[in-house]
Design a protein around this ligand. Structure first.
Ligand SMILES: [Zn+2]
Length: 305
């Protein structure tokens, strides 16, 4: 469900200020509120606020974004400038914590809104002439205030590849898992990196595998993709196969990398010596996909034990 995105973004009405205004003030409008890098939620973990509630809160909302429509509800996201810890029954949570409370559908909206807010935050000035920019198209573009320039800026995403590398040469297939030194102890994942200009995603997978673990990849197959607003990536997942086994940490980006059989993954998780990545991430799904192919059951079945 990592690529799940049922909302109708209604991009054709973004330029119609009157329609958007009407949607924003209607009763079936659901608003997400962000303050800096955190989501504002209620104590009961409800993620959305009605327009009427926002009016009562007398807060300064900036960076208004129309997200789209789903089942007769219109969704908006705002940045709240003046967070006051005295707000009754409200608290701030970071996106990772919020995503653990959200279903796949709402998670998609959190990632969507946070990705756009990150972009607005980092594009206050025109990259061409340096003048200030302001929001247009209901939060989906910015325009330079300098009339001689008037350049329009659109949100940018940074494509990154993420790949599960397996080796099926022996009787028992193995998966490569690796860790970075700054991660929590015992946490392992698959390898990832940004695609470079002029490079295909498949070529980026092969380059990253060679740079990070010294393995030549024989085969690359697309798996799925996932928006990852930390701050603006689109993670594109691939399943890779190598016939090599010798691991060399060439660029020192990783602290450790090693091969695991499915049995080893299971026993190490059960004994608490191996922690899987964040369970809503594409890295988790890539590992789970490989694990399921070997065992016939999911990582969820053993992680909950
Ligand atoms: Zn400009």
């Amino acid at each position: 469900m990592i690529s799940y995105s049922p909302i109708d973004r209604q991009s054709h009405i973004r330029q119609s200020t009157s329609t958007i205004k009407q949607y924003a003030s209607s009763e079936n409008c659901l608003n997400l509120l962000w303050h800096k890098n955190q989501l504002i939620i209620r104590e009961n973990e409800n993620l959305y606020f009605s327009t009427q509630e926002l009016e009562k809160m007398s807060v300064t909302l900036s960076t208004s974004i129309y997200l789209g429509e789903h089942r007769q509800n219109n969704y908006f996201a705002y940045h709240l400038d003046n967070w006051d810890s005295g707000f009754k029954d409200l608290r701030l949570v970071d996106l990772r914590s919020a995503s653990l409370m959200a279903t796949d559908y709402h998670l998609g909206l959190l990632f969507y809104s946070k990705g756009l807010l990150n972009w607005h935050h980092n594009h206050q000035y025109c990259a061409k002439c340096g003048s200030e920019t302001s929001i247009t198209q209901s939060g989906h573009a910015r325009k330079c205030a300098n009339s001689k320039c008037a350049k329009e800026h659109f949100p940018r995403i940074e494509p990154a590849v993420i790949t599960a590398i397996s080796n099926n040469q022996d009787s028992e297939a193995k998966l490569l898992l690796a860790r970075q030194s700054e991660w929590p102890e015992k946490r392992y994942s698959v390898i990832a990196g940004f695609a470079e200009p002029g490079e295909s995603l498949e070529a980026a997978v092969k380059r990253e595998a060679l740079e990070e673990v010294g393995l030549v990849i024989d085969k690359v197959d697309y798996f799925a993709s996932q928006p990852w607003p930390f701050p603006s990536s689109l993670m594109v997942g691939f399943k890779s196969v190598t016939s090599q086994t010798e691991i060399t940490l060439i660029d020192q980006e990783l602290e450790k990398a090693q091969w695991f059989t499915a049995k080893e993954i299971e026993s190490e998780i059960k004994s608490g010596n191996l922690l899987m990545p964040y369970s809503v991430s594409i890295s988790w799904y890539l590992i789970d996909d490989w694990f399921k192919q070997q065992t016939g059951y999911s990582l969820r079945d053993i992680e909950k034990d």
